[in-house]
Design a protein around this ligand. Sequence first.
Ligand SMILES: Cc1cc2nc3c(=O)[nH]c(=O)nc-3n(C[C@H](O)[C@H](O)[C@H](O)COP(=O)(O)O)c2cc1C
Length: 214
Amino acid sequence: MNAWPDDTGWPGPVTDEECMVTHWGREIPQRMNVKNVNGNDAKCLIAYFSRPGNNYVNGTIVDLPAGNTEVIAKMIREMTGGDLFPIEAVHAYPADYTETTEVAQEELRANARPDLTRHLETPDSYAVIFLGYPNWWGTMPMPVFTFLEKYDPAGKTIVPFCTHEGSGLGRSVSDIRKICPQSAVKEGLAVRGGDVKNARDEVAGWLQDSGMRF
Ligand SMILES: Cc1cc2nc3c(=O)[nH]c(=O)nc-3n(C[C@H](O)[C@H](O)[C@H](O)COP(=O)(O)O)c2cc1C
């Protein structure tokens, strides 16, 4: 399948060890102190959907030990000290990439809300939600829609980030704004899948620029 061609060099699949941002041979910036829109200390959640395994990256099918979005989510955790929450559907997506694109397309068409495997115990304790997902067919995977509707982040700040193969954030941010009209939805960060390993400075800069004080 050649839906999102890319001619940049794929640096190779991300290994578990490389997911530990401390192992990348770079200094970790001092942990940032996230403030919410009112300037108060904000406890932040990093909720993300990511699908490891068989994926299409820079024109090639590869096996990713950790999903691209998870790599970025863990960088954000290192930089903010936030809590990680993996968003995962009860039904597993197929191991095969192309089959997953078909299942996902059908879920999008049906406007499905797949049940989630985990329950977020204390949603009210978070003032800021970093929301991560891969671009699937121009928007978020449907389990992310489930998450937003289930935990209704009214009055909270949502900071989207996505990984993709050429479509960037697509229409995901406007979809988030539709589902969460009472949330402050910040500018999103889009990182190409093949670039996640080298995205550390970009992530740090985006956190600084995201409108919250650090
Ligand atoms: C079901 C499916 C649909 C996708 N649709 C798009 C798309 O519309 N645009 C795009 O740029 N990339 C698309 N991709 C590529 C993913 O966004 C990209 O590989 C992403 O980095 C995967 O993140 P993950 O490893 O965290 O799951 C799609 C991938 C899958 C599996």
